[in-house]
Design a binder for this molecule. Structure first.
Ligand SMILES: Nc1ncnc2c1ncn2[C@@H]1O[C@H](COP(=O)(O)OP(=O)(O)O)[C@@H](O)[C@H]1O
Ligand SMILES: [Mg+2]
Length: 326
C-alpha cells in the first residue's frame, strides 16, 4: 500500500529578497512519486533542491501551487486535518522550546494533541524511555548537546504515535556518534511499523538508512530507486584485478577477460585491470576461476560499487559533494 502518492506536485514562491525580488521561484517543479507503507524513504539532494518545500507540502504546512497528493490515504487538498492526526513532522530546526525541559516540551505537545494530563504523562514517560532521554529529561533543552536536542525533536514528532513521520535533515550538524545513534532510532521506528520520510544532503545517510530514495535537484526528481539499484544503473560494479606477469601473461589475461560476456568494459591500468561488470559479487568468483583455469596468477583483487555521488554526477553533470558543501 502506498502511504504517499503525489502527482505533478508544484510550488512556486514570489522571491522576497535579492536581485530577483518579486520574481517567481519554482521551488518544486512537478514531483510525482510513491512511498510504500513501512519503508524508510529518503529525499537526497543539495541545498535549494526543493526537499523542505516538498516535505512541508506533504505534511500540510504549505499549500501546493498545483498538483495532487494523497497522504495516509487522504487527499491533501480536502482532508488536511485527517492527515495531521496521523503524521509527525520534525523540521530542520526542530520544534523544541529550549527554555523548557524535555518533560515539559513533551507534556505540552501531548496535551496539544488533546490527551488528558494522565495520558500525556504516560506518553511522555514512554518516549523518554524509548529515546533514552532520562539522564537529561528535566534539564532545560538549551543545555543539551546537538544529539540530545535532536532526540528530543524526534520524540516530539512521535507524541501522537504517527503512522508516517517526516524528518527534515535529521542529523545535519551532528557528530558521527550522535548520527549513528539517531540512525538506530530511525531504524527502530521502521521496525515498529512507522513509515519514515526523511530528507538529507548526506550521501552516506541516504545510503545507510533509506530503503528507497529519490534524488532531487532543481525542484525535480532526477532518479529514484533503492540505493543499490541506483548505483547499478550507472556502471555496474568495478573489479580491480592484478595479474602476475612475466612472459606475456598480461596480454593473455586481457584477451580472455575481454571475451567474457559479463565484462562490459576493461581498462588496462599500470599494475591492474579495471573491469566494469554487471553483478560484481557473482562475477568476481567467475573471474578468479577463469584466471585459475588459464594458469594465470592473481596478485590482487578488489570489488567496488559506484557511489550515489556517481549517480548524481551522471544525472546532473555535477557532484553532490561540491553542490551541498555547507
Ligand atoms: N518561503 C519561500 N519564499 C521564497 N523562496 C523560497 C521559500 N522557501 C523556499 N524557497 C526557495 O525554494 C527553493 C527550494 O528550497 P528548499 O525547499 O528549502 O530546498 P532544500 O530543502 O532542498 O534545501 C530555494 O531556491 C529556496 O530559496
Ligand atoms: Mg531543506
Amino acid at each position: 500500500m502506498n502511504i504517499i502518492e503525489t502527482h505533478d506536485l508544484r510550488k512556486s514562491f514570489k522571491s522576497r529578497e535579492g536581485k530577483g525580488k518579486g520574481q517567481l521561484v519554482e521551488a518544486v517543479q512537478g514531483v510525482s512519486m510513491k512511498v510504500e507503507k513501512g519503508e524508510i524513504f529518503g529525499f537526497l539532494g543539495p541545498n535549494g533542491a526543493g526537499k523542505t518545500t516538498t516535505l512541508r507540502m506533504l505534511s500540510t504546512l504549505l499549500q501546493p501551487t498545483s498538483g495532487e497528493a494523497k497522504v495516509v490515504g487522504f487527499d491533501l487538498q480536502t482532508h488536511a486535518g485527517k492527515i495531521r492526526e496521523k503524521i509527525g513532522y520534525v523540521s530542520q530546526a526542530g520544534g523544541a522550546d529550549t527554555h523548557s525541559s524535555a518533560v515539559e516540551n513533551l507534556m505540552l505537545q501531548a496535551q496539544l494533541y488533546g490527551m488528558s494530563k494522565q495520558n500525556a504523562k504516560q506518553r511522555t514517560d514512554e518516549l523518554i524511555q524509548t529515546l533514552q532521554l532520562d539522564t537529561f529529561a528535566t534539564r532545560l533543552a538549551k543545555t543539551y548537546s546537538g544529539g540530545q536536542k535532536r532526540r528530543l525533536d524526534l520524540a516530539l514528532g512521535m507524541v501522537n504515535k504517527p503512522d508516517l513521520l517526516f524528518l527534515d535533515e535529521p542529523t545535519t550538524g551532528l557528530d558521527p556518534q550522535s548520527r549513528a545513534h539517531l540512525w538506530e532510532e530511525v531504524r527502530k521506528l521502521r521496525e515498529n511499523g512507522t513509515t519514515v520520510f526523511l530528507t538529507t544532503h548526506y550521501l552516506d545517510e541516504a545510503d545507510a538508512l533509506a530503503d528507497r530514495l529519490a534524488i532531487m535537484d532543481g525542484g525535480k526528481i532526477v532518479s529514484e530507486g533503492t540505493p543499490n539499484s541506483l548505483k547499478q544503473q550507472i556502471a555496474g560494479d568495478v573489479v580491480t584485478l592484478g595479474v602476475i606477469a612475466q612472459n606475456g601473461e598480461k596480454e593473455r589475461a586481457f584477451s580472455v577477460l575481454r571475451s567474457q560476456t559479463y565484462v562490459r568494459e576493461i581498462l588496462d591500468g599500470a599494475d591492474a585491470f579495471q573491469l566494469y561488470v554487471e553483478r560484481g559479487e557473482e562475477t568476481l568468483p567467475a573471474i578468479l576461476r577463469l584466471m585459475d583455469s588459464e594458469g594465470l596468477k592473481v596478485s590482487k583483487v578488489s570489488l567496488a560499487r559506484p557511489s550515489l555521488d556517481d549517480v548524481f554526477l551522471r544525472q546532473t553533470g555535477r557532484s553532490l559533494r561540491e553542490t551541498s558543501a555547507n
